[in-house]
Design a protein around this ligand. Structure first.
Ligand code: NAD
Ligand code: GDU
Length: 346
């Protein structure tokens, strides 16, 4: 029997979620190979991998060469564009990167005998759900090109002969692993936790201005049909998500069949509840956010039913909202975060 650790190919591993999963795979004893074009990601994050090769997932010759060099046992596919608003403005860019290039990536790997894939999908495939919590067989009706492009990539992956896949549909990912030198480092930054925390942490002015936070953080929409009028989401710590990837990978390596799994905590928090938790974690009891109209395309409530991931993968999230907020706050104050954002917005 071989004693070599399995080698895992990770596309988009220089990005937010992919870098945390790469860290978890290293800790679990795998050899990690990240491919990333760095179109959005960060070199400091890529360097967490055992090996890093810079290139595009749509470049079949590049992916084939990486497969020949490292002979991966499986792949995790994170590389994509992730901004819903931008996808409405530039749908072709999203279908090209998130669907067409993903298909090139999957087919190239299949041609090299890599027949096990963990795919990063999103709650956006459910659009505006009629029933919450949302199970995997709720209607798949995306309401924007981002969600549609991810759904079409999922479906294409399931059609490729000889490939077994685990599609993981994430809900709202948050938090970081500052102790490992990792955290959310997006430009632009559209996500709630960083946008709320950066002004509260009194970050340097050029960072706040560069991320569109010059006039502070604003709650988007106070007239939703929810318990306090603000939108409800299911927040999941990025390291709990990373645990799910390790389990999904082991499931496929052990012969598991193609499946789809929702990944969320099952608990919904409103934007106002997140603001209240941030006041407590950062000891800013008097903080009052601004308000603004609803952001176009935002559903009122998205909460996951992750029963299937619990029963099939044995996964359970362990890290709560306070840990998401405190790990994010710690990360945003690191030199790595501040210097990276400074460079990107200058
Ligand atoms: N962030 C979230 O809250 C969230 C929620 C649901 C689903 N997802 C999914 O998770 C995945 C990762 O999201 P993230 O937040 O880490 O995004 P990210 O932008 O931080 O990371 C994506 C990475 O992919 C790379 N990339 C993009 N296109 C590429 C290409 N053609 N070739 C090579 N590399 C390319 C980027 O450089 C970047 O490093 C995406 O597939 C996204 O759809 C994210
Ligand atoms: O400055 C801000 C930023 C966000 N929000 C609100 O906070 C909630 C969460 O917003 P995020 O942008 O953090 O997350 P979304 O629920 O919009 O997006 C998540 O789900 C999407 C699919 O629905 C995509 O997958 C996306 O990548 C993922 O983070 C929303 O009600 C949003 O309107 C604010 O009030 N103010």
């Amino acid at each position: 029997m071989s004693t070599q650790p399995d080698t895992i190919l990770i596309s988009g591993g220089a990005g937010y979620i992919g870098s945390h999963v790469t860290h978890a795979l290293n800790e679990a004893g795998f050899t990690t190979v990240v491919v990333d074009s760095l179109v959005k990601g960060n070199r400091f994050a890529a360097e967490k991998a055992s090996h890093f090769r810079q290139g595009d997932i749509g470049d079949a010759a590049f992916i084939a060469a990486v497969c020949d060099e490292f002979k991966p046992a499986a792949a995790l596919h994170f590389a994509a564009f992730i901004e819903v608003g931008e996808s409405v403005q530039k749908p072709d860019m999203y279908f090209e990167n998130n669907r067409d290039k993903a298909v090139v990536f999957f087919k190239t790997m299949a041609s090299k005998g890599v027949g096990k894939v963990v795919f990063s999908s999103t709650a956006a495939v459910y659009g505006e759900p009629e029933i919450v919590p949302i199970t995997e067989d709720s209607p798949w009706k995306p309401i924007n090109p981002y969600g549609q492009s991810k759904l079409e990539a999922e479906m294409a992956l399931r059609e490729i002969a000889g490939v077994r896949s685990a599609t993981l549909r994430y809900f709202n990912v948050a938090g970081g692993a500052p102790e490992a030198g990792l955290g959310e480092t997006h430009v632009p930054e559209t996500h709630l936790l960083p946008r709320l925390l950066l002004p509260l942490l009194d970050m340097p002015a050029e960072i706040q201005t560069g991320l569109g936070l010059k006039s502070g953080f604003k709650v988007f929409g106070t007239d939703y049909p929810t318990r306090d009028g603000t939108a409800v989401r299911d927040y999941i710590h990025v390291m709990d998500l990373a645990d799910a990837h390790v389990l999904a990978l082991k499931y496929l390596l052990a012969g598991g069949k193609t499946e789809i799994f929702n990944l969320g905590s099952g608990e919904g928090y409103s934007v106002n509840e997140i603001v209240a938790a941030a006041r407590k974690v950062l000891s800013r009891p008097d903080y009052q956010p601004g308000t603004a109209p609803r952001r176009a395309g935002d559903p009122a409530t998205l909460v996951a039913d992750s029963t299937k991931a619990r029963s099939v993968l044995g996964w359970a999230p362990h890290r709560g909202l306070e840990e998401m907020l405190s790990s994010a706050a710690t990360w945003h104050q690191t030199e790595t975060y501040i210097n990276t954002i400074r460079q990107k917005v200058s």
